[in-house]
Design a protein around this ligand. Structure first.
Ligand SMILES: [Zn+2]
Length: 476
């Protein structure tokens, strides 16, 4: 190589490096602007020491440094949110079409503002906007007859909800009148078992009684679960049909003011009989031992209020006041034996059935019906992050939900640490290590694999259906 061309090569290499550094500089400084002032200086110092490293790696270098929530969210949305498979799911096809393009999204921003009627032409647009806005919460709405973002310019008749997954929302706050461990937003593994039983009961009812196959159960990030039923038949249900399903499934009726919330019929429906078998499996452990619902007068009064006979209520109350420390399980045996020996021919059937009614009242799922019955109702998206707990809304396998521990669901901070640790080990060893998705390096992996399999199950069914349809058309 001549000296001249060597010089040229060097110059162009220098230019290239300068150009690259400029790109890094702009991108990184944009990120820096969003962090707190004191950490900004810290990050800038790190950045200038080693500009080729990302902000995230720089953060790791000072061991205890964890960025604030908005920065962690940006990290999550940039590196971990599963855009591709997520878009495939909402589109029910690999080719993006109206089911994705006309789908309503809603973002709740860090200033609490909620932007509804968002829609995107493709997954890349969705990703760009999510990364830009870093929403605290992403909600998913219905698929409309036109693009939600064009709503304002459309005649009302041209803008109608066309389809949406049938969804269920169950929240532990609806169990506050019977929970004895915590109230409101706080939960523990004991009261989480109410959710376990709710999943067990609804999952089997939706599959066996309605024939639905594609049920996606999602942890809501704090104190509840959502179910997305993705079968085509479920997505096409109108509001009346959704209401009919809810009233079929609803057993608990009346708000906090109503003491007795369950009334069973003489010939119990087979669906309820099946639910009762599940409830009987869990009642003693969850209601009598963990929640200890007969532990004191205030709590046992709630149970006694479900017995439709004043004499019996008084008798049991008197008995327990004499031995208030008797374990709940023994008091429950008292209750059952008093009822079976009580001589009240007129009312005997109602009394007997009040035992099952109490069990239903304490363990049957409590549904938030507005979420289910309105096709255009929004529901928090899977894989977004609860801003208070920082936990990711991950899938729960219904077959294995008794082992799900909400307190072990990865938080943003955990994921941030895990990713940096593997990045650092990888670069220490051999520079780079080929991995298809960033999530494979952290504890989100198993949840993502579950979601991928779930979506693949839907796609497989659609492919088979399309093949059958094309074979049919060949025959004619
Ligand atoms: Zn609890």
């Amino acid at each position: 190589m001549s000296l001249q061309s060597e010089n040229d090569a060097q110059t162009s290499l220098m230019e290239e490096i300068e150009e690259m550094e400029e790109i890094v500089e702009t991108e990184e400084l944009e990120d820096i602007e969003d962090t707190e002032k004191n950490t900004k200086e810290e990050l800038e110092a790190d950045f200038w020491r080693n500009p080729s490293r990302t902000i995230l790696q720089a953060g790791h270098e000072s061991q205890d440094f964890i960025p604030d929530t908005s920065e962690l969210l940006r990290f999550f949305y940039t590196k971990l949110f599963p855009y591709k498979i997520y878009a495939e799911w909402l589109n029910y096809s690999k080719e993006i079409d109206k089911k994705f393009i006309n789908r309503e999204f809603s973002f709740q921003l860090s200033n609490e503002a909620v932007i509804r009627h968002l829609s995107f032409n493709n997954p890349d647009e969705l990703k760009a906007e999510i990364v830009k806005q870093c929403p605290l919460k992403i909600d998913i709405g219905a698929v409309y007859s036109a693009k939600p973002k064009d709503k304002r310019s459309l005649r009302p008749s041209a803008y109608k909800p066309v389809e949406k997954e049938l969804v269920f929302d169950i929240d532990l706050t609806d169990y506050d009148d019977i929970r004895t461990c915590y109230k409101g937003g706080d939960i523990c593994l004991k009261c989480w078992q109410f959710m376990t039983v709710a999943i067990k009961i609804l999952d089997v009812a939706l599959r066996e009684d309605f024939g639905f196959k594609h049920l996606l159960w999602i942890y809501s990030g704090r104190r509840g679960v959502h179910c997305w039923i993705c079968d085509e038949r479920a997505r096409k249900l109108n509001n009346d049909e959704r209401k009919a399903i809810v009233s079929y499934l609803e057993v608990i009726k009346g708000g906090a003011q109503q003491h007795k919330k369950v009334y069973l019929y003489k010939n119990m429906h087979s669906s309820l009989k099946r639910s009762l078998v599940i409830i009987e499996d869990y009642f003693e452990q969850i209601v009598l031992e963990d929640q200890d619902v007969l532990k004191d007068e205030q709590n046992w009064t709630k149970v006694l209020n479900c017995i439709p006979d004043e004499g019996l209520r008084k008798e049991l109350n008197k008995k327990w006041l004499q031995l208030p420390l008797k374990p709940s399980i023994d008091k429950w045996h008292d209750l059952k034996s008093e009822i079976s020996h009580y001589k009240n021919k007129k009312n005997q059937w109602r009394l007997d059935s009040s035992i099952s009614e109490i069990m239903f009242q304490y363990l049957y799922p409590r549904l938030d019906d507005k979420v289910t019955t309105q096709i255009n109702h929004l529901l928090k998206s899977p894989f977004c992050v609860h801003p208070k707990t920082e936990r990711v809304c991950v899938p729960i396998s219904p077959d294995n939900c008794e082992n799900f521990d909400p307190l072990k669901v990865p938080t943003l901070t955990t994921l941030y640490r895990q990713l940096n640790e593997t990045n650092n080990t990888a670069s220490d060893k051999s520079g780079t290590k080929r991995i298809h998705h960033e999530y494979e390096k952290c504890s989100l992996k198993s949840y993502m694999k579950y979601f991928e399999n779930f979506v693949e199950g839907i796609m497989k069914e659609i492919r088979e259906k399309n093949r059958e349809a094309s074979e049919m058309s060949m025959e004619f």
